[in-house]
Structure formats: structure tokens, C-alpha cells
Design a binder for this molecule. Structure first.
Ligand SMILES: Nc1ncnc2c1ncn2[C@@H]1O[C@H](COP(=O)(O)OP(=O)(O)OP(=O)(O)O)[C@@H](O)[C@H]1O
Length: 606
């Protein structure tokens, strides 16, 4: 990284920052720019007023100059107080708008695979701009720094003009000196910045181990295995590896401060000495001396401030990441979102699918059809591709070949979002929102918050009502321990809640209910009760049940067995047992293990 690359923004980058700045709101932005411009004019105005005041000593009318000088002092004081909170507000508004854009783009992909790409995850992380150290800055901070950098020229021009009135050559001389200092300071700090970035991996390592020791999930293993001392050493090692060179660099910078001081101090002293010499010979020139001293200092401070380069450089990665995300994820709108799908079966026709960079296809020509209201079980060995089929049925992945067809209509890219509004699902890794139980369930159809009776019904079907009754505030209890009065559910209870959410979505019009291991966390009795209730519920949606517990698919209308990337067997439980193939083998193995387990228990008890 060279200094030029790091701080001189390209035209495109400046435009991007201006776009960020505009999201603060026109009125707020105009107010900030005007106040900042006025505040940058004040040192020059104060210098002129001071010189006028000194010049008016001994005359009858020093009051105008005095009033002007006083106004500059009070104005500086008031504006300093006003600008600080206003700056925070503008920065916050801009950053919030930027993060909203990132979130909108992240929600835009019509399929899931771009979001699973580690590069996209990195871009999302960077674009979201949550600074973790002094090198990183929000786009809001960058936008404000850009405005300030431009507006500062008003102050520089004003101070130079005032100075030129008294000593015409002083302004260019001081500007050149200030430019040299800016360049030297910038180069020094950027070296420090680059050194920090090169060692950022040590910082990440320290962060990881610190979190591992302090978060409840990993913390328990740390305690049990007695890793605390080992982790402390690792964190210390990583912090030293990152910080030692930075501290050395900081010391070096402190020493260089002398040079940074001398570069402008020498010409400034020269100008001051010339003005002082003139004033010494001619007391009438004391006003000139005052003006030169004040305007010279105003010019130097207006120009010498390099603090804005950090937000400018530090906000650049977030903006670049946003631009890259827009290129990669910016999909077209779902133009036919409202048009309903024709009634009929939900089919996969000749579907083939491989994950990115995978050597083998997971699905190698899958054909299946689920009729409206039909209950279909999907079974297969670990890694056979069951969850992948589900994601394709939900329109989350695009098949490499073949089609998803609903009621005879092919679910095209433009219609995928519309199709998803007709699907309800319980995934293996379902979401646990830190909201109340009711809100968690209503998110099955977020725009349909009024149907409270459907929430109760869904809870009943999922067997959740007794669980909710035992919560401190019933269904309104917030389900997170991180909130006062909140509580948490067990793994099985959360799973029942995820099922209630999906059933609520079915009541709201979903025509396919996908259940991926919906009873993995349930005890045997709760599981049995659940499937008994599910068997009795109306056939308002087709159900696809994926499970390894073969006893639970027994009552399905049809069972599909996935093997080697294809549907290898298909039929009712009895038909598949009679076929004596893979399903019959899996079923008998499970049944035997259960029987053996119970026999051991019986023998132990005897
Ligand atoms: N996001 C992914 N990226 C790359 N490969 C994946 C991804 N998800 C799954 N796979 C691979 O695809 C294959 C099928 O996975 P899938 O999760 O669909 O199987 P499954 O039948 O649901 O397995 P299980 O019964 O263990 O849940 C596996 O070999 C797995 O490693």
C-alpha cells in the first residue's frame, strides 16, 4: 500500500462517499455544511477582527472591531458545541442508510448459493462496517471527513486572503510548508496503518480465543478441560505480536513530531520575524503584526489538520465491498410475485445438482411428485442429498439441470420468490428469534399478524400449549435469557415452536410443508404424540417429511428412498418392505437395534 493509494480518493470513491453523505437527509446535510463552512471561516475573520481591534486602539471607534472580534470568539465557542453532536448525528444517519443498503442486497439473492459463498460472506462482513480497531471506519465517518476536507478549503482561502492583505508572499510560503507537513505526516501514519493491517491476523486470533473463553457455548468446554491458562497465554502472545511493532512505530512517530513541527515553524517564524521587525520600527504596524500572527496561525491549522485521512482511508473497504456485493448479488425484482400458482402437484423433473467446487453431483436426475395434501416421507443415508432436495423444492437452490414445477408451471427465476410464499418449512437449523413465542410463530407469515387464533391452533398441533402455559408470561414471554424477564426453551421445545411457526404458515396459505428431521430433539413420547396429531390434521398442504427415524415415515402415504443421487425406491411402507431393498434393510436394522436396546434394558432390570 502506498500513501497515494491509501488516501487520495478516486472520483468514483468520492462520488460513493457523496452518495452516502446524501443519505443524512438534505436539510441535515445542508445545515452541517453551512455550519462547518462558517466555523472554518471564523479563524480568518477573528484574525482580521483582532488586527482591526489593535489598529483601532487610541481611536474613537474601536467598538465595531471589538464587536466583530467578540462575535468570532462566541461563534467559535457556540459552533464547537453544536458541531460535535451534529457530526455524530450525520455520521450515524449515513452509516445506518449504508447498512440498510447492505441488508437489502443480502436479502435480494433469489437463491441461497451466493450467500453460502465464503467470499460473499467476507464482503458482507466488510460492507456492514462495524469498526473493530482504529484503522476501520464507517462510511458515515468517511462521508463527513470528505465534506470537512472540502469545506476546509474555504477556511484556507479566507486565512490566505487575510494574510495576503498584510504580507502577500507569506500565504504561498506557508501553504507550501503545510503541504509538505501533510505529506510527511500522511506517509508516516500510513506506514503505521499498513503495519497494523499486516498483523491483523494476530488481532483476529486474540479475538477468537478471548471469545472462546467468555461465551457460554464454548466457555463450558474451556472450564471443563481447564483451558483458561493456555488461552490466556495465547491471547497475550497474539496481542504482543500485533501491538509490539505498533508501539515501536508510535515511539518513532513521536520522535518525528519534532521534524513535523520544524517544517512549518521555520517559515512561520520567518514571516512573524519580518512582521515583528517592521512593527518594532513603526508602532503603527502593530496591527499588521497582529494580523500576520493570527492569520498565519489560522492558515497553518486549517491546512495542517490531517485527521480526516483516517476515516477517508478507513471507510474505503466497506464502500468497495458494497460495490462488489451489488455486482454479485444485485438480482432483478420478482416481477410476477402476486400471480398465484395453479393448483396441482409439486414436482422435480430430472433434477441434477452439484455444490460449487464439488467433484461429484449430489443429485443425478431426481424425479418426484407430491400431490396436493399428500404426505410423503423422504429417507436415505447420511449425505444422500435429502436436505439438498428440500432446498431445491423451496426454491433456495437452482438445479444445474431439470426443473421445479408447481401445478404444471415451471418455477422460473422470476417466480421463485412468489413460490417461496407458498412453502412452509422446519429446517434442521431452524431460527430461534429473541422474541416472544407468539412473535416467533407469527413470523411464519410476517405480514399477517392479525390471525391470533391461528397461532393458538398451530401451538396446539405442535403440542406447544403445555410448554407455553408453564412460561412466566405465557405465550408473550420473550425467549432469550439476554433480556430481563426472558427465558429460554429446551432444544425439543424450540423444535416444537419451529413446527408451530410452519403450521401457522400453512394456515396462512402455504401449500407445501417441508419437515427436515422435525423430531430430532423430541423424546419418544412427545414424538409419537406429535405424529399422531399430524396424522389427524386436515390435508391443507402437501407434506414432505425427511427423517432418519423410519418409524415416523411409516404412516406416510408414500415413502421415497434416495440413493446414489436418485430416487431408488418408492411406495408405501408395506410395499417397500415387500420389495426387500434398501428401505427394508434400513428399517430392519433400526427395528433390531431398538429391540436389542430394550432387551438389554429388560435384562438389566431383571
Ligand atoms: N452447502 C454445501 N456446500 C457444499 N457441499 C454441501 C453443502 N451442503 C451439503 N453438501 C454436501 O452435499 C451432500 C448432500 O448433503 P445433504 O445435506 O443434502 O445430505 P442429507 O441427505 O440431508 O444428509 P443428512 O442425513 O446427514 O442430513 C453431502 O455430501 C454434503 O457434504
Amino acid at each position: 500500500m502506498t500513501s497515494g493509494e491509501a488516501v487520495v480518493l478516486t472520483f468514483r470513491e468520492s462520488l460513493a462517499l457523496l452518495r452516502v453523505a446524501s443519505s443524512a437527509g438534505r436539510g441535515m446535510l445542508a445545515l452541517y455544511v453551512v455550519l462547518r463552512a462558517v466555523s472554518s471561516l471564523l479563524p480568518a475573520a477573528g484574525a482580521a477582527a483582532m488586527a482591526a481591534l489593535v489598529g483601532a486602539i487610541g481611536t474613537d471607534a474601536p467598538w465595531t472591531a471589538f464587536a466583530l472580534f467578540l462575535a468570532c470568539m462566541v461563534g467559535t465557542y457556540v459552533l464547537d458545541g453544536l458541531m460535535a453532536p451534529l457530526r455524530v448525528l450525520v455520521e450515524a444517519r449515513c452509516t445506518r442508510a449504508h447498512r440498510t443498503r447492505v441488508a437489502r442486497i443480502a436479502c435480494a439473492p433469489v437463491t441461497l448459493d451466493p450467500l453460502e459463498d465464503p467470499e460473499v460472506q467476507d464482503l458482507l462482513h466488510t460492507a456492514s462496517a462495524f469498526p473493530r480497531n482504529w484503522t476501520e471506519h464507517t462510511p458515515g465517518a468517511g462521508a463527513v471527513a470528505l465534506i470537512e476536507q472540502w469545506v476546509r478549503w474555504v477556511g484556507v482561502a479566507a486565512a490566505a486572503a487575510v494574510l495576503a492583505v498584510y504580507v502577500w508572499w507569506a500565504a504561498p510560503l506557508l501553504i507550501v510548508a503545510a503541504l509538505v507537513v501533510r505529506r510527511v505526516v500522511r506517509a508516516q501514519w500510513l506506514r503505521q496503518l499498513a503495519g497494523w493491517s499486516d498483523r491483523a491476523h494476530h488481532g483476529r486470533s486474540a479475538e477468537y480465543w478471548r471469545e472462546a473463553a467468555t461465551t457460554p457455548g464454548t466457555g463450558k468446554e474451556v472450564q471443563v478441560f481447564g483451558l483458561a491458562g493456555w488461552i490466556r497465554q495465547r491471547v497475550q502472545g497474539a496481542v504482543h505480536a500485533q501491538m509490539d511493532p505498533v508501539w515501536e512505530g508510535s515511539l518513532r512517530l513521536q520522535k518525528l513530531e519534532v521534524i513535523n513541527f520544524l517544517i512549518p515553524a521555520i517559515p512561520l517564524s520567518l514571516v512573524y520575524a519580518m512582521a515583528a521587525r517592521e512593527a518594532a520600527h513603526d508602532t503603527e504596524k502593530i496591527a499588521l503584526l497582529t494580523g500576520v500572527i493570527a492569520a498565519g496561525w489560522a492558515l497553518y491549522t486549517a491546512f495542517g489538520d490531517v485527521s480526516g485521512m483516517f476515516p477517508l482511508a478507513g471507510s474505503r473497504p466497506a464502500l468497495q465491498a458494497l460495490a462488489d456485493l451489488e455486482k454479485r448479488l444485485g438480482g432483478g425484482p420478482d416481477v410476477h410475485a402476486k400471480k398465484p400458482f395453479p393448483a396441482g402437484s409439486i414436482e422435480l423433473r430430472g433434477v441434477r445438482f452439484a455444490y460449487p467446487d464439488a467433484e461429484r453431483e449430489v443429485l443425478r436426475g431426481v424425479d418426484l411428485a407430491v400431490a396436493p395434501g399428500e404426505r410423503v416421507g423422504l429417507v436415505g443415508l447420511n449425505g444422500a442429498g435429502k436436505s439438498t432436495i428440500i432446498k431445491i423444492l423451496c426454491g433456495l437452490y437452482e438445479p444445474a439441470k431439470g426443473q421445479l414445477v408447481v401445478g404444471g408451471e415451471v418455477v422460473s427465476a422470476e417466480r421463485r420468490t412468489a413460490w417461496r410464499t407458498r412453502v412452509a418449512a422446519v429446517f434442521q437449523d431452524f431460527i430461534r428469534h429473541p422474541l416472544s413465542a407468539t412473535e416467533n410463530i407469527q413470523l411464519g407469515r410476517p405480514l399477517d399478524q392479525t390471525r391470533r387464533e391461528h397461532v393458538v391452533r398451530a401451538c396446539e398441533e405442535a403440542g406447544l400449549l403445555p410448554v407455553l402455559d408453564r412460561l412466566p408470561q405465557g405465550e408473550d414471554t420473550v425467549l432469550t435469557r439476554s433480556q430481563e424477564d426472558g427465558t429460554d426453551l429446551s432444544g425439543g421445545q424450540w423444535q416444537q415452536l419451529a413446527l408451530a411457526r410452519a403450521l401457522y404458515a400453512v394456515a396462512g396459505g402455504a401449500s407445501l410443508l417441508v419437515l427436515d428431521e422435525p423430531s430430532a430433539h423430541l423424546d419418544v413420547r412427545t414424538e409419537k404424540e406429535l405424529f399422531d396429531r399430524m396424522a389427524e390434521r386436515p390435508r391443507d398442504a402437501a407434506v414432505l417429511l425427511v427423517t432418519h427415524r423410519l418409524a415416523t415415515v411409516r404412516s406416510c402415504d408414500r415413502i421415497l428412498v434416495l440413493d446414489d443421487g436418485r430416487i431408488a425406491e418408492e411406495g408405501s411402507h408395506d410395499a417397500l418392505m415387500a420389495l426387500d431393498g434398501l428401505y427394508a434393510h434400513m428399517f430392519r436394522t433400526q427395528a433390531r437395534r431398538f429391540a436389542e436396546g430394550f432387551r438389554h434394558i429388560d435384562e438389566d432390570e431383571a
